[in-house]
Design a protein around this ligand. Structure first.
Ligand code: ADP
Length: 169
């Protein structure tokens, strides 16, 4: 019982189940920052119940972007992508929670905003594939790779959100 004589939620013991600590790398791209959408995007992940582990506004370098988009460097659109991503600061984030990689991608919407359903971030806030305001890792493996590129270990915090027992069964 707590100080108020109320029993802790029964879910308490199960919230540390394996898989609840999955992480993803989410980034608000330069157009999202310029358009003042950082708060909206953070808010959606917070509201869903995911946990913020790291957050910073930064100007990415070409070297970092070449590593981040290493699978796309041979694409015809890569020079435009590079110019776009170098055009201003980005907001880099790490979010944690059960299934956050796949759910994060669903929350972002399709790569091409015109194929993104209303209700998704891209489906609500943008139009063109070359200005699609946000990035989200596409696999657990890539998420860990990207988190390692964009954040140092001491920039990722370990903390216990008070709402966790109310989010997980
Ligand atoms: P996602 O960001 O959804 O994982 P990709 O990894 O395929 O998509 O592409 C990375 C980014 O490159 C996209 O988010 C988009 O900003 C840009 N991009 C992808 N395809 C095109 C294209 N055909 N023309 C211009 N930019 C593109």
């Amino acid at each position: 019982p707590s100080a108020f004589g109320v029993r802790a939620p029964v879910a308490r013991a199960r919230v540390h189940m394996a898989g609840n600590d999955e992480r993803t790398y989410i980034m608000v791209k330069p157009d999202g920052v310029q358009r003042g959408l950082v708060g909206q995007i953070i808010g959606r992940f917070e509201q869903r119940g995911y946990q913020l582990k790291g957050l910073k506004l930064m100007q990415p370098t070409e070297a970092l972007l070449r590593q981040h988009y290493n699978e796309l460097v041979t694409k015809a659109f890569f020079p435009r992508l590079l110019e776009y991503m170098l055009s201003g600061p980005v907001c880099a984030m790490v979010w944690e929670g059960k299934g956050v990689v796949a759910t994060g991608r669903m929350m972002l919407g399709a790569t091409n905003p015109q194929a993104s359903a209303p209700g998704t971030i891209r489906g609500d806030y943008c139009i063109d594939v070359g200005k699609n305001i946000c990035h989200g890792s596409d696999s657990v493996e890539n998420a860990e790779r990207e988190i390692g590129l964009w954040f140092s270990a001491d920039e990722l915090l370990s903390w216990t959100p008070h709402s966790r027992p109310w989010l997980y069964e």
